[in-house]
Design a protein around this ligand. Structure first.
Ligand SMILES: O=P(O)(O)OC[C@H]1O[C@](O)(CO)[C@@H](O)[C@@H]1O
Length: 249
């Protein structure tokens, strides 16, 4: 794994955005895997600013998001559909039919998971996957204990994750108890992965990812077995991390 150290959240986001822009400009067709949560918001801001200033086009870009809460219509302000519209899609020229998120309001979740996997496969998999890191090591909504060979599936959210995400809801009881997420195997098939880590509250998790066991109890640990992962971490996130190169796998 390669680590890029950033000064702060803003600098991490700028580096992430320029990597995404470089890939988007280099290719005539590209599939991006996108994340939600607090971490990538500023990265998306940089992409929006670039679009305003430089008009980098997304007409040739297809996106697949990692996850969505179940029981939520795309119009619900707490849904990840809504998040993506507001934080990125409505500000750039990406065609609507080229953006994909799992449908949290589907009647048949099993079918929705299968269909989502099929669509990713039809686009030849994800070229560049953006990931955030849960404090408990989750990637997407794959919570501790998730098997490494999972495809898109329904998950029960851990109380740690529900607590962490309660900041977006009026109270914790409103945080859904389940979500649809790309599986760990789905994520690992991405050709390139960019993991964004910011803030002291993620530092213990980052240390565990870099130096702990590869084990399902810490889902992100499997990233050590992927051939093309770059971590962009800011100084706060590196607080408890030994990044002397001999220690990085
Ligand atoms: O960026 P945050 O809000 O700390 O969340 C970390 C991760 O948890 C999630 O919000 C839930 O899966 C991801 O979307 C995100 O990458």
């Amino acid at each position: 794994m390669k680590i890029i150290t950033a000064k702060d959240y803003s600098n991490m986001s700028e580096i992430a955005a320029s990597t995404i822009l470089e890939r988007v400009k280099q290719s005539s067709k590209i599939t991006l895997g996108l994340a939600t949560g607090g971490t990538p918001v500023k990265t998306y801001n940089y992409l929006i600013n670039d679009y305003k200033n430089n008009k980098t086009s997304y007409q040739h870009v297809v996106t697949f998001n990692l996850d969505e809460y179940t029981g939520m219509k795309p119009t619900n302000p707490n849904s990840y559909h809504y998040y993506m519209e507001k934080n990125l899609f409505e500000h750039i020229d990406i065609p609507n039919n080229q953006t994909h998120l799992p449908n949290g309001a589907a009647d048949d979740f099993e079918l929705e998971c299968k269909t989502y996997e099929q669509k990713i496969a039809e686009h030849n998999g994800v070229d560049l996957q953006i990931l955030g890191l849960g404090s408990n090591g989750h990637i997407g909504f794959n919570e501790p204990g998730t098997a490494f060979d999972t495809r898109t599936h329904i998950v029960d959210l851990s109380s740690a994750t529900r607590k962490a995400n309660a900041r977006y809801f009026d109270n914790i009881d409103e945080v859904p108890t389940q979500a649809i997420t790309m599986g760990i195997a789905t994520i690992l098939e991405s050709k390139e992965i960019l993991l964004l880590v910011s803030g002291e509250r993620k530092s213990r998790a980052l240390e565990k990812l870099l130096h702990g066991e590869i084990d399902t109890s810490f889902p992100a640990s499997i990233l050590n077995q992927h051939k093309n992962v770059t971590i962009i971490a800011d100084n706060e996130a590196l607080k408890y991390v030994d990044i002397s190169s001999s220690m990085i796998r």
